[in-house]
Design a protein around this ligand. Structure first.
Ligand code: MFK
Length: 560
């Protein structure tokens, strides 16, 4: 019998996640941690066990669209995969959206929710997408002050009974713009006393959702994002017929393949304005900030899963006379990825912690500005890191990482969406500049870094100096940048520098609270040796333009 390699296996993913456990131990009151620990242990067992097995069995399944019934009636019915039906049921029962609205643990309810999401997400087949939008819709309706909508939708969006629970879509992208949402072409017309929407939405994720939040321009409104209004619509009427919607087709995507993403026409869909008849972009920003937070959690949970598999494989795969884990270069490679994960986790869960405090009126002075700034930073920084970790994890499996039926390529495909949807890296870098203008500069970040580094000595002290040096450089660049063009051109390098510096600083803060030898202390020291600072003081835009050939657009009639 020739050699057969044992595949990687997962254990209880809560018990094996040293970073999650240390963080919760440091940030939750002991009685809250005691109360929620059984739910986390149960989710870790489910996600590392039966749910992961179901994901592997159902790996190749995709949702299907049936446009017509046998008698010629338009039905536009989407059939979900087996895993999706199961994970939607589980997520309702476990309260993955409901928990922060029930507020059983006050400001700590968000930590409980997102710790569960972190464990659930990697085995969910990206059900996290509709859950993120559902959470975003619930919060947006809640803060809009629209009592009628709150009474109708909130009990459904936060239901724990799967038979009653709704999910929500977030339909923004049109053919004309995914980033430049203000250019949207969808029109809202008041017919009698009902608003009806007409237009095309080009990417509608989780199109099986019972409701959606969307943008449309009331007739007569000016162009731009201010002229749009935020609307609520239900996708089916009482009889189950589509509410003025026609689904064209489902997208054939690189990843998130179990997630039904449709192109659809709004052909007189009945809709209700959520908050006035203008300022649609501003009003949907609450939802965007929520889904961007979910995005960061999905990024770190994907990293954890890739590393769990790569670590287990390295322990059992022998080459050149011993396990891979004993090879100095393999150990170095995986350790760097572990440090990346730890930094990304702490940045993301700092946002989660602040979000919980904001929703329970428990923010300290200046922390509202910090939350506004950290949300785009966490989204853009972790989205990029998730791809690095997934790609390296695949490489750590050699050829097996490139073969579909190992399930490993999915890790990379699903990571690739994270810097792209909910705003690309560049859009988020520009959002950071928008946020800094609103809050009056970078000082909330500088204060956060100082707080993190206070009292750190020894190896942690030198790690802290790397973090503070990078933030100082970012602040200096921001104060010296000559004009708006140079500011925009440098925005991505600036944002990533601030993101990496914050991760390093948060690692130092966390490690300082843990005993010598704790893995997070090693992660902090290792992370600070990464190049944190990517700002270039002389990055002439003319050079970039010359390099691109200052391309004159090819006239449309010459495009083949
Ligand atoms: C597991 C994770 C799952 C995640 C779910 C994925 C579901 C997938 C569904 C999608 O992909 S939906 C598509 C996602 N699309 C985007 O994220 C849009 C990306 N584009 C942007 O974010 C643009 O920057 C933006 C549309 C906001 C630009 O629009 P405008 O009209 O040029 O914005 P403008 O004029 O700067 O801002 C308008 C107002 O909104 C301002 O307020 P004021 O009027 O008071 O000044 C801004 O401050 C405010 N605003 C904008 N972004 C904000 C914000 N406020 C708070 N937070 C923000 N993020």
């Amino acid at each position: 019998m020739s050699f057969i390699q044992a595949p990687p296996v997962l254990g209880n993913t809560f018990e094996s996640d040293v970073v999650l456990r240390a963080f919760l131990g440091n940030h939750l009151p002991a009685e809250v941690f005691r109360e929620i620990e059984p739910s986390l242990r149960e989710m870790g067992a489910l996600s590392g066990g039966p749910l992961h097995e179901l994901l592997r069995e159902d790996e190749a399944s995709v949702p299907t669209l049936t446009s017509w019934d046998p008698w010629g009636r338009r039905v536009d019915r989407i059939e979900l995969t087996r895993l999706w039906k199961e994970t939607l049921r589980i997520s309702a029962e476990k309260g993955l959206v409901a928990l922060p609205y029930e507020r059983r643990h006050g400001a700590f309810s968000r930590l409980h929710q997102f710790a569960l999401v972190h464990l659930f997400e990697p085995s969910s087949g990206v059900t996290s997408c509709p859950l993120a939008m559902t959470d975003g819709a619930a919060k947006t309706i809640l803060v809009s002050g629209n009592a009628d909508l709150a009474a109708r939708a909130l009990p459904r969006l936060t239901a724990r009974d799967p038979a009653r629970a709704w999910t929500s879509g977030q339909w923004m992208t049109e053919r004309i713009g995914g980033s430049d949402v203000g250019a949207s072409e969808t029109v809202a017309r008041l017919e009698g006393d009902t608003w009806r929407l007409y237009g095309t939405k080009w990417f509608t994720s989780a199109t099986t959702s019972e409701m959606a939040m969307t943008l449309a321009r009331p007739e007569g409104n000016p162009p731009g994002g201010k002229g749009l209004a935020l609307f609520y619509l239900e996708t089916r009427d009482e009889a189950g017929n589509p509410n003025g919607l026609a689904i064209h087709r489902l997208k054939d995507k690189l990843g998130t393949r179990m997630l039904p993403t449709a192109e659809l026409d709004l052909v007189g869909a009945r809709a209700v304005p959520v908050k006035g008849l203008s300022n649609g972009v501003k009003n949907i920003a609450t939802m965007l900030n929520m889904t961007r937070t979910w995005n960061a959690v999905a990024a770190v949970s994907g990293m954890r899963r890739a590393l769990d598999l790569a670590r287990d494989y390295a322990a059992k795969r022998a080459a050149f006379g011993g396990p891979l884990l004993d090879k100095p270069l393999h150990a170095e490679t995986l350790a760097d990825l572990e440090a990346l994960y730890a930094g990304a986790f702490l940045l993301t869960f700092r946002v989660v912690e602040l979000l919980g405090r904001e929703e329970n009126d428990a923010l300290s002075e200046g922390e509202d500005a910090l939350l506004r700034i950290l949300t785009p930073i966490a989204k853009l920084t972790t989205g990029k890191q998730a791809i690095v970790v997934a790609s390296e994890a695949l490489e750590a499996f050699g050829g097996a990482g490139y073969v579909e039926d190992t399930g490993l390529p999915r890790l990379l495909r699903d990571a690739q969406v994270l810097p792209l949807w909910e705003g690309t890296t560049n859009v988020l870098a520009l959002d950071l500049l928008r946020a800094l203008t609103k809050v009056g500069g970078l000082s909330p970040v500088e204060q956060e870094v100082s707080r993190c580094l206070a009292g750190a000595g020894g190896p942690l002290g030198s790690a802290g100096r790397s973090a503070s040096g990078a933030v100082r450089h970012a602040a200096a660049w921001l104060s010296r940048v000559p004009d708006a063009t140079a500011l925009e051109a440098g925005a991505r390098r600036f944002a990533l520098t601030v993101g990496h510096a914050l991760e390093a600083a948060l690692l130092v803060a966390e490690a300082s609270r843990l005993p010598d030898g704790h893995p997070l202390r090693h992660a902090a020291a290792r992370f600070a040796r990464f190049p944190l600072d990517s700002i270039r003081d002389d990055a002439p835009l003319e050079e970039a333009r010359a390099l691109l050939g200052a391309a004159e657009p090819v006239p449309a009639e010459r495009v083949p």
